[in-house]
Design a protein around this ligand. Structure first.
Ligand SMILES: [Fe+2]
Length: 294
């Protein structure tokens, strides 16, 4: 198999990969080339993939083990056929638009904050694969920030300061930033904080990255306000425009990103007027960041 053609989308990271048809199950050669593109670019866009849930699932599983279940509120109200598939939509189980006051809509607004998927899980996420089935006429972009470039650009003193730090991550922390605290007792137990390193090494490229996420609520051994002030400064640094690629969705785009070395956030759209239906599968990382080589 010849090398896939790539078209960079940003000076630092993110690329379109051409010549892939996901209606066919991927060969081991294609999987190896996608992994290589992911190691280099961290965000990979495959255009014009007119696939269904099963085909998306076959592709994701070929890349590695999936996260078994999405972490969401009202998990019993699942619109999609596969439990592993995360519903990134503004839709009710019956396909109508979620009401303005719906608890799921309030919870989903947390996706507008910069984050790394599942950083609040003991074993966090490796890749996310998001596929566009219905998109609004405008808005609803996804922005990505390059955490390896952000690390490279830090002053040496800051690198030294943050390198050994461990943070606690929880969905409860990120939602609290927007004033959402309507969790049930069971959800509170399920979303209890987990520790993750603040600086990690990306195995595929050997580069360091800052493992930031709006799910962070503390740094071990630090007073909380001081910790959050530092996390805020780092997040501001890491999401400067030069580190950000903004993806404008086209129908049937499949966008994959590496959560180990990028953050992302959703941008708003008229979600009480237009439907947006994106579906995500998430690959599990190998272990907690505390158990990975630093
Ligand atoms: Fe996300």
């Amino acid at each position: 198999m010849t090398d896939l053609e790539t078209r960079p989308l940003h000076p630092l990271f993110a690329a379109e990969v051409l010549g892939v048809d996901l209606r066919e199950p991927p060969t081991p050669g294609l999987v190896a080339q996608i992994d290589a593109a992911m190691d280099r670019y961290a965000v990979v866009v495959l255009r014009d993939q007119d696939i269904d849930d099963d085909q998306q699932l076959v592709f994701a599983k070929a890349l590695g083990p999936l996260e078994p279940t999405p972490a969401v509120v009202d998990a019993h109200l699942h619109r999609l056929r596969h439990r592993e598939m995360v519903d990134i939509s503004n839709l009710e189980v019956d396909g109508s638009i979620l009401g303005a006051e719906d608890r799921r809509r309030m919870f989903n607004l947390g996706n507008r904050l910069w984050h790394s998927d599942s950083s609040f899980k003991a074993t966090p996420a490796k890749y996310s694969l998001l596929h566009a089935r219905v998109i609004p006429p405008e808005g609803g972009e996804t922005e990505f920030a390059d955490m390896r470039a952000a690390w490279d650009a830090l002053p040496d003193a800051t690198k030294k300061l943050i390198e050994p730090l461990v943070c606690d991550h929880s969905l409860i922390y990120s939602r609290a930033l927007l004033g959402f605290d309507a969790f049930t007792e069971q959800e509170r137990r399920e979303f209890a904080p987990v520790p993750q390193r603040l600086v990690r090494k990306h195995p595929g490229s050997g580069r360091r990255s800052i493992y930031l996420s709006s799910h962070i609520g503390t740094i071990h051994g630090w007073p909380r306000p001081e910790a959050m002030a530092l996390i805020r400064d780092l997040t501001e640094h890491a999401t400067r425009r030069e580190f950000v690629y903004r993806h404008r969705w086209r129908l049937h785009d499949l966008v994959m990103w590496d959560n180990r070395c990028t953050m992302h956030r959703a941008r708003p759209f008229e979600d009480q007027r237009f439907k947006r239906d994106l579906r995500r599968l998430t690959l599990e990382d190998s272990a907690s960041t505390l158990e990975q080589p630093a």
